[in-house]
Ligand binder design. Structure first.
Ligand code: ZN
Ligand code: ZN
Length: 327
């Protein structure tokens, strides 16, 4: 089978032996396609992942071999996530599921940018679902990233009709804004790029160029879906005193939020990283009901052209790459 691996600063497609269950519990799935996540780009650029690593986790796949106590069967088309919390440790018990050691150590094997993937029984039981029939493969591939947004919204724990600002309208920002609206919030989005502002407006949600924001606008909660250091100032400017800032992206310079600003203005700054199984279920419902629309965000690449998908994403030429793996 073909896999795409990191090799000396490039993504290289190569052949490797097929995966078989060989008596193990779980399933072998044929990957139909896999979204390219911002975290894959970060792992690639900053050399966090070693040579030989297969990136990709936003998969849509078809079960081709299975040995499981779950109800999945051969031929099922599924979505899945890659990490599973243990539910027992200090992190899990305090709601920080993505800090759980088990969560961090579980994964799909070898990774999403591969023709076949092994899913453990634990994956099938906790984070895999049959793909809803009314979703295309590409739409369904947003299951995991939208799950991350859902968890962030829950962690922010704002009132149902709170005024919220989404800073940065890439694919994550566009999903976050729609999910916040589905949770009943009064949503405004902002970005510097007119096309992105228009995309949110076309989804029926208020949006504005950052340069044209009403200086008197104040949000109960600000969701930081921009990866730019400067966005921190935008958040501090538009969050109301006593409000919350939800950090949802790394930034290149790793600047912080000013101590005194947090103190005198009674701000809450909190992070959210990765979803819990229950957030993934909510994500699938939001996609299925089209409360979160993701059609038209992705640019499709063949597995053999995956390097171009990485390059185009890194150079901001596209909103989101989807690697189509099965013909
Ligand atoms: Zn992801
Ligand atoms: Zn745990």
């Amino acid at each position: 089978m073909k896999i795409a691996v990191i090799n000396k600063g490039k993504i290289v497609v190569k052949e490797t032996p097929d995966i078989e269950l060989n008596g193990r519990e779980g399933a072998v799935v044929r990957v139909l396609g896999c979204g390219l996540c911002g975290s894959d780009i970060v792992k690639f650029i900053h050399k966090i992942s070693k040579d030989g690593t297969v990136l990709g986790h936003e998969i849509v796949a078809e079960i081709v071999e299975i040995n499981s106590k779950t109800n999945f069967k051969i031929g099922d088309e599924i979505v899945t996530s890659h990490h599973i919390p243990c539910g027992e440790c200090v992190y899990c018990k305090n709601g920080n599921v993505s800090m759980c050691e088990h969560f961090k150590s579980t994964n799909i094997v070898p990774g999403g940018f591969s023709e076949y993937v092994y899913l453990s029984e634990e994956h099938l039981k906790n984070v895999a679902h049959v793909k809803p029939e009314n979703l295309t493969d590409i739409e369904a591939s947003f299951y995991e990233p939208l799950g991350c947004c859902v968890r962030a919204i829950k962690r922010a724990n704002l009132r149902g009709n709170a005024t919220v600002l989404v800073v940065g309208l890439g694919t994550i920002g566009l999903m976050m804004a729609q999910a916040l609206k589905a949770f009943g919030m009064d949503v405004m989005g902002c970005d510097l790029i007119p096309d992105r502002v228009n995309r949110l407006r076309n989804l029926g949600i208020a949006a504005c160029n950052v340069r044209e924001m009403d200086p008197n606008f104040k949000a109960d909660g600000v969701f930081m879906t921009s990866g730019a250091d400067k966005a921190i100032n935008t958040a501090l400017k538009y969050v109301r005193n006593g409000g919350k800032i939800l950090v949802f992206s790394s930034t290149p310079n790793n600047w912080g939020y000013a101590n005194n600003e947090i103190y005198y203005r009674e701000l809450t700054v909190l992070g959210s990283y990765s979803p819990a199984p229950v957030d993934l279920e909510d994500s699938l419902n939001l996609l299925r009901s089209h409360q979160v629309k993701v059609a038209g965000l992705s640019t499709v690449y063949e597995l053999d052209d995956i390097q171009k998908a990485f390059d185009d994403t890194m150079n901001n030429r596209i909103m989101k790459a989807y690697i189509k793996i099965k013909e």
